[in-house]
Design a protein around this ligand. Structure first.
Ligand SMILES: Cc1ncc(C[n+]2csc(CCOP(=O)(O)OP(=O)(O)O)c2C)c(N)n1
Ligand SMILES: [Mg+2]
Length: 266
């Protein structure tokens, strides 16, 4: 139960159960990011439930806020709140809403309207730098999300202000809501773009939590160059019939599909 891979599999099971139970959510989008979140919360982030308000804690911003289920299940698995809350997802009065808010223990920023998280994260990193604080800031955006121009303003600012304490992780699954990123409005050549904006760029296997953790552990956070990680992922990762199928961005599994998915994730 202690390898990152085991944890990621268990968190995927939690996501499927949560979405099937609530009859709402974003299965494909959440499954895509689980290995990145597992690496962050179980290896990389200098944070714990007991230190949730410690000013020196690392910060994480889920800019692709529609994939909230992945974050909720990861936070519950990491002990930030009672996993029982997951069983009441989307019920009135539950802080676990379709898009994440900072009413949920462990969540820093309200997101869901795409294109905002990276700017907020850059501001947090600049704040740390100006005040001499040692915390690092990690932000996860989608790839379709990069069609929002605000990301590129944040990227310019990150390089200009030499935010070596900032890591921009891109969940590069190639799909967005109803179609591929390429057909909707392409973002390639992504690596060349990020390099030209002044980032230290690494392209990695984003559905391998060990590789993600190893990469993040070895970045130079004390330097002056902001980091960009192009995480090559598969939307719907871990459930064969959801993988790479756009419809599963937010389709709800039937009872039978839920059982099949959980079986695959045993
Ligand atoms: C400003 C804004 N426009 C549109 C949406 C609706 N929307 C939700 S998810 C999504 C697609 C996101 O694709 P991507 O960034 O690639 O994320 P993925 O789910 O593939 O990780 C869209 C358009 C939104 N949430 N915010
Ligand atoms: Mg995408």
């Amino acid at each position: 139960m202690n390898t990152l891979e085991d944890r990621a599999r268990e968190i995927r099971r939690m996501v499927i159960k949560m979405i099937a139970g609530a009859r709402g959510g974003h299965a494909g989008a959440s499954l895509s990011e689980i290995d990145i979140l597992t690496a962050l919360y179980f290896r990389v982030l200098n944070i714990s439930p007991q230190r949730a308000a410690d000013p020196s804690r690392d910060r994480f911003v889920l800019s692709k806020g529609h994939a909230s289920e992945g974050l909720y299940c990861t936070l519950a698995a990491a002990g930030f709140f009672d996993p029982e809350l997951l069983d009441h997802y989307l019920e009135e009065g539950n802080p676990l809403t379709i898009h994440p808010t900072n009413k949920v223990p462990g969540i820093e920023v309200n997101t869901g309207a795409l294109g905002h998280g990276f700017s907020i994260a850059a501001g947090m990193a600049l704040g740390a730098k100006k005040s001499g604080a040692s915390y690092r800031v990690f932000v996860l955006t989608g790839d379709g999300e990069l069609q929002e121009g605000s990301n590129w303003e944040a990227a310019m600012a990150a390089a200009h202000f030499r935010l070596g304490n900032l890591v921009w992780i891109i969940d590069n699954n190639g799909l967005q809501l109803v179609s591929s990123v390429k057909e909707t409005m392409g973002i390639e050549p992504l690596e060349a773009k990020l390099l030209s904006f002044g980032f230290d760029v690494k392209t990695i296997e984003g559905n391998n939590s060990e590789k993600v953790a190893g990469t993040l552990e070895n970045l130079n956070y004390r330097g002056e160059i902001p980091h960009a990680i192009i995480a090559k992922t598969v939307k719907g990762k871990g459930v064969s019939f959801m993988e790479n199928i756009c419809e599963w961005h937010h389709r709800i599994p039937t009872g039978e599909e839920c059982e099949r998915a959980l079986k695959e994730l045993e």
